[in-house]
Design a protein around this ligand. Structure first.
Ligand SMILES: C[S@@+](CC[C@H](N)C(=O)[O-])C[C@H]1O[C@@H](n2cnc3c(N)ncnc32)[C@H](O)[C@@H]1O
Length: 290
């Protein structure tokens, strides 16, 4: 049992993920090298060092001070385009020990979860911090992201990812512990859960949410969707309950061959959203046999 406690938030002045355009490449920047087939290699620029990709090497000093988007050749004469990652490109490359929420679902979560600048959002679990990064951007400096993660090593990994790819985040609190304990004393605008049994937190989320607030669960299987939606309906304090998934299909566009790509990420997870409302009365127990 890990004692709930807040971990110190690292600060980083070597990379600020919000600064994605305009400035020349700098020491400490994380960049993606794209080869001619658009394969991606996420690296950090360290002065005086060399970077190895596909058997060739590139001197970092050749890149520092150059514009974002510069082309460079490795010692094997292979050409790469060097770009600071957008969040959408970064997340699939994020160092991780647990599954991340993919960008297609993060887009859905930010819109259907109605995240706005200044919002206070509770999030659990944190894993490598993909949703955390998206939330920190969306709530801005005037908002708050309150994150809970039971596993110390996942919390540490998220802390490193936020420090490196977002930068100093005074609007972020990360607690190592069960979200069930954390929700008890909070009053927030949004509660977003990416953990196996979100239905266990339904009543706690209702108590923590301000009137009209959004409760969102992200789960990978239909049985989990059923468990979560049933808990929302049985509780009686939630309305506008919607479950959805999103499928993004990239297209191959080359000369006369314009068609969907053969491969796609076909399944990730289901998003369920609900609004906190005043219950009409005592929750009605389900009818027998239903
Ligand atoms: C799939 S990962 C989360 C990924 C994350 N949302 C992202 O976008 O990168 C699920 C995480 O939930 C954590 N977890 C599971 N139950 C929890 C609980 N009751 N409270 C807090 N964290 C929990 C796990 O340790 C795991 O790191």
């Amino acid at each position: 049992m890990i004692e709930p406690r807040e971990v110190a938030i690292s600060t980083s002045d070597t990379f600020n993920g919000l600064r994605t355009t305009g400035e020349p490449l700098r020491e400490g920047d994380s960049v993606i090298f794209f080869d001619r087939k658009d394969r991606e290699y996420l690296k950090t620029l360290r002065a005086g060092e060399t970077i190895s990709i596909r058997g060739g090497t590139i001197a970092v000093d050749e890149l520092l001070g150059k514009p974002d988007g510069v082309s460079v050749r490795s010692s094997l004469r292979e050409r790469f385009v060097v770009l600071r990652p957008t969040l959408e490109r970064l997340i699939p490359n994020l160092p991780r020990k647990a599954q991340v929420i993919y960008p297609k679902d993060l887009g859905l979560i930010l819109m259907w979860g109605d995240v706005y600048p200044g919002a206070t959002v509770v999030e659990a679990g944190v894993g490598p911090g993909a949703l955390t990064l998206a939330l920190l951007r969306a709530v801005g400096r005037e908002g708050r992201v309150i994150s809970f993660e039971t596993r110390e090593e996942h919390a540490r990994a998220a802390e490193r990812n936020v420090a490196r790819y977002y930068g100093t985040a005074p609007q972020w609190t990360l607690t190592v512990g069960d979200v069930a304990d954390g929700l008890r004393d909070l009053s927030v605008d949004r509660v977003f859960l990416d953990l196996p049994e979100p239905w266990r937190q339904t009543d706690l989320a209702w108590r923590a949410l301000r009137p009209g607030g959004v409760f969102l669960g992200y789960v990978p299987t239909v049985l989990q969707v059923k468990g979560f939606v049933d808990s929302l309906k049985e509780h009686g304090g939630f309305a506008c309950i919607d479950t959805m998934e999103t499928l993004v299909r990239y297209w191959h566009v080359k000369e006369m061959s314009v068609r969907p790509q053969h491969r796609m990420v076909a399944h990730t997870g289901f998003v369920t959203t609900a609004r906190r409302v005043e219950p009409l009365g005592q929750p009605v127990p389900p009818e027998e046999g239903v």
